[in-house]
Design a protein around this ligand. Structure first.
Ligand code: BGC
Length: 534
């Protein structure tokens, strides 16, 4: 029986040797993760700034008021959550735009929209201007966050695709860390620079991403989708550091074209097609549900409870230096993510998701049990800090990156942009919903669950283990086209053993496919070595 480790060996087609430049090109888009992380993170710090309360708030006698000024509770909720509303709709719309104008152009457009939102935010001195600013910026981030996963998955060579997409998660963690560092550095300024610096810095990230992408090629798979095989060959050549007429490029292009022709026998795909095909393992509906559910479960691991409400929560259970603890968890998040660059390719996506959730649920139940049995004690406080760090370690090295990697891999080309968009929108939807209900579970005036809230996260992480075990297929080491075939031929639980055996159909007639540019000469079908012990 072939093991997952032998999967790479079974794919004996020679892949182009990757150059350093090739890696850098594939990994550059990951930079967009900084926008995601920074924007989710910076607003909490800004809301706590004294100058901000004075400038944006009205008269208030609340104990959190500064100089008798504070924004109202609904204004606070609106300022925080309007970003998720924007990202949700932005991500959905990006699914169509990315098929229409291309992946790269959609990300660049997202940076442009985001910049308009940032300008409004920086210019704002009232809630009435800040809120539309956050909404527009959110819309831009929705574009960026949905299409970056798509773009990176489509340009990366299969052997390193997991590691390269995990780079995106690493940038999210860096963005979160940068946000707390910047907030902390400007929070004591008593003029508008306190919040304007924190808001304005985001624009630099968008500028770097938007201009950098101009220098990168469009996704070769998008070109194939549009019948522009000459352009696809050139893009592949640039990405792999090979002349576009080289055999490496022809082989890879051939695989894309053959598979696309096969998929297109079912006809052009619109939004409705994302929900077709019944409940068979490879149906569009099943894949879309898998992608959306995976992102939902990632949010139900409870990770953002630590990042969004950590400081407040640590205080309610009697830990004084809450800010320091938050900085520590953010730093653990950054430092643990790179481990996944190696493990995701070595052990695969399934293993990471299954064992990562096991690790998280153990930490959560320990925190819940000790915190409830010995409430308010020093030992319970210590336990909370230590096991929160272990918990973040498990999230950052497994579910954080793997959830993004898998949604980039499971959709067939005709619905890939829309499938990734729906999955990303699901992430933002649950991010918002869980963020919205959490205060009601833990605030003293409402649920006041204290450490008991970790029983809930422990239970949801147990559901994550079952979800990953029964429903997530192993996509490691396969081209996106082979993933398609694997889903048709095996079940998630047996997917690790599946090895590619032959191409779909025969050789593609690449020169006859209506390229708008110079066509590439015919390429022979890639040679796969049958793995006889499979
Ligand atoms: C999640 C975010 C989370 C972040 C933490 C991402 O993968 O989608 O919701 O805040 O990881 O690093």
């Amino acid at each position: 029986m072939a093991s997952s480790a032998s999967r790479g060996g079974a794919l004996d087609r020679v892949e182009a040797p990757m150059t350093l430049r090739g890696y850098l090109l594939c990994v550059f888009a990951a930079f967009g993760g900084i926008l995601f992380g920074y924007d989710s993170g910076y607003i909490n710090g800004v809301l706590g700034m004294n100058y901000f309360k004075q400038q944006f708030g009205g008269p208030s006698s609340d104990k959190d008021a500064f100089n008798g000024h504070l924004y109202k509770t609904w204004e606070k909720s609106l300022i925080v959550s309007i970003l998720s509303a924007g990202t949700f709709f932005g991500a959905l719309m990006a699914g169509s735009v990315a098929d229409w104008v291309g992946r790269r152009s959609t990300i660049i457009a997202g940076c442009g929209i985001f910049s308009i939102g940032v300008i409004l935010q920086v210019a704002s001195s009232t809630v009435a201007v800040l809120v539309p600013g956050r909404l527009i910026a959110g819309f831009g981030i929705g574009f960026v966050s949905a299409v970056i996963i798509l773009y990176m998955s489509e340009v990366a060579p299969k052997k390193f695709r997991g590691a390269i997409v995990a780079g995106y998660q690493f940038c999210i963690t860096l963005g979160l860390l940068l946000a707390s560092v910047v907030d902390n550095a400007t929070k004591d300024r008593m003029d508008s620079s306190s919040y304007r610096i924190a808001m304005g810095i985001q624009w630099v990230f968008a500028l770097i991403l938007g201009t950098g992408l101009f220098l990168l090629p469009e996704s070769p798979r998008w070109y194939v989708k549009k019948g522009r095989n000459g352009d696809a060959a050139r893009a592949l050549g640039t990405l792999r550091g090979q002349p576009y007429e080289s055999q490496y490029v022809k082989d890879e292009l051939n695989e894309l074209v053959v598979n696309h022709e096969y998929e297109m026998r079912k006809g052009q795909a619109g939004w409705a097609d994302c929900f077709r095909g019944g409940w068979t393992p490879s149906s569009n509906l099943r894949r879309v549900v898998l992608g959306m559910a995976l992102q939902m479960m990632q949010q139900w691991t409870g990770v953002n409870f630590i990042f969004y409400y950590g400081s407040t929560f640590f205080k309610t259970v009697g830990l004084q230096n809450a800010f320091l603890i938050s900085m520590t968890t953010t730093a653990v998040n950054v430092c643990s993510t790179p481990i996944s660059f190696w493990t995701i390719e070595r052990f695969g996506r399934r293993m990471l998701l299954i064992y990562g959730a096991v690790g998280m649920l153990v930490c959560e139940f320990i925190i819940a049990i000790v915190g409830t049995a010995d409430e308010g004690s020093k030992a319970a406080g210590m336990c909370l800090i230590v096991f929160t760090c272990f918990y973040i370690f498990f999230f950052a090295s497994t579910w954080g990156p793997a959830a993004w990697v898998v949604i980039g891999e499971i959709f067939p080309l005709p619905i890939r942009a829309k499938g990734v968009a729906l999955s990303t929108a699901s992430n933002w939807f649950w991010n918002f919903l869980i963020g919205f209900i959490t205060p009601y579970m833990v605030d003293e005036d409402y649920g006041n669950m204290k450490a008991k809230v970790f029983f809930l996260w422990g239970a949801t992480c147990t559901a994550c283990v079952l979800f990953a075990y029964f429903l997530v297929p192993e996509t490691k080491g396969l081209s996106l086209e082979q993933v398609d075939r694997m889903l048709e031929e095996t079940t998630p639980r047996n997917s690790t053993k599946w090895v590619p055996h032959s191409m779909r159909g025969d050789m593609a007639d690449i020169s006859s496919l209506g390229s708008t540019e110079k066509a590439v000469p015919d390429a022979p079908a890639p040679v796969f070595r049958e793995n006889h012990d499979a």
